[in-house]
Design a protein around this ligand. Structure first.
Ligand code: F6P
Length: 309
């Protein structure tokens, strides 16, 4: 079943369905560019984003494609991107869309999977937004296959970009339903981010040691999207990215990374916490707000909270 047919079958409103379809069309273009990018295109653009990170040419391309798709959609009024300093008004539409255009893009040159993360709200500013305000969230995985995981608060469904279907447009292929009704239960798979802080954070070292000594499988790619995608598809596991003295809130962005992924994981029966509170209850005081994140099955998130002081 095609993506648009699925939205129709689920009774999604025409306006939200239109926004989600526009987003998938942008994802198709990014996927195409990613699939044939050479080392020059996966290389540095010579600019930095507001977080002081080097931007890649592909980061800027993905940002441009998503921004343009949202500007063209009459139901969208506001856009914010990890690659832009401020939120931008793009029309009178009711929907506000924020995104990390290419998460984990430093993995692009070595041909590992990277992703796009998207949160959809009905708001006039992102300041003051809580992840729980999201009406939909999506992540795209650009790997050997291009897939999207989407939620509009009716569980989580995965769609696969099928190139053998309609390619009459400048973006090839159609997203077709691959699987729905994902459920995250307990299991022994761990994806521990930011291990470099273990010399300072002995509590984190002890937590990681627990997993190692208890026969857990390490499954860490260096990209949050493929790592979370794995937890959802395998149906168990934990991803962590704690902070430390220099970056108490870690480095992952609340609006553009943590909140959309938290909604997707919660909709699949998992949990996401910053160690003190539910990620989806955190209010963004600034666009650039960052957050620690412990995300995955309920029992593993609880274990993290009990180990991390
Ligand atoms: O910037 C986001 C991100 O690339 C995530 O996708 C990933 O999980 C994390 O950073 C990796 O961080 P580090 O570079 O500290 O290993």
């Amino acid at each position: 079943m095609k993506f648009s047919q699925y939205l129709d079958q689920k009774g999604l409103s025409e306006d939200l369905a239109s926004v989600l379809v526009s987003l998938t069309n942008a994802v198709k273009k990014i996927s195409k560019a990613f699939a044939s990018a050479n080392h020059s295109e996966t290389g540095k653009a010579g600019t930095e984003n507001v977080y002081g990170e080097q931007q890649l040419k592909l980061d800027l391309y993905a940002d441009k494609v998503l921004s343009a798709a949202m500007e063209e959609n009459r139901y969208v009024g506001l856009v914010a991107s990890e690659e832009q300093e401020v939120e931008k008004s793009v029309g009178d539409g009711e929907f506000a869309v924020c995104f990390d255009p290419l998460d984990g893009s430093s993995l692009a040159d070595v041909n590992l999977s990277v992703g796009t993360i998207i949160g959809v709200y009905k708001r006039s500013t992102f300041i003051g937004a809580k992840g729980d305000d999201q009406v939909a969230a999506m992540m795209a995985v650009y790997g050997p296959r291009t897939t999207i995981m989407v939620t509009f608060r009716q569980g989580v469904a995965e769609f696969l970009l099928n190139f053998s279907l309609d390619s009459s447009l400048d973006f090839a292929g159609e997203f077709v339903l691959n699987k729905e009704n994902f459920q995250i239960d307990e299991g022994k798979l761990f994806a521990p981010g930011n291990l470099k802080i273990c010399s300072e954070r002995k509590d984190y070292l002890e937590l990681v040691n627990y997993w190692i000594l208890n026969g857990y499988k390490l499954r860490y790619s260096g990209g949050m999207v493929p790592d979370i995608n794995q937890i959802i598809i395998k149906g168990n596991g934990i991803f962590t990215y704690p902070g430390y003295s220099k970056e108490p809130d870690g480095k992952l962005r609340l609006l553009m990374e943590c909140a959309p992924l938290a909604l997707i994981v919660e909709q699949a029966g998992g949990v996401a916490s910053d160690g003190k509170m539910r990620i989806l209850d955190k209010q963004a005081k600034v666009l650039t707000q960052q957050s620690q994140i412990l995300i995955g099955s309920k029992g593993e998130v609880e274990r993290c909270i009990s180990y991390l002081n």
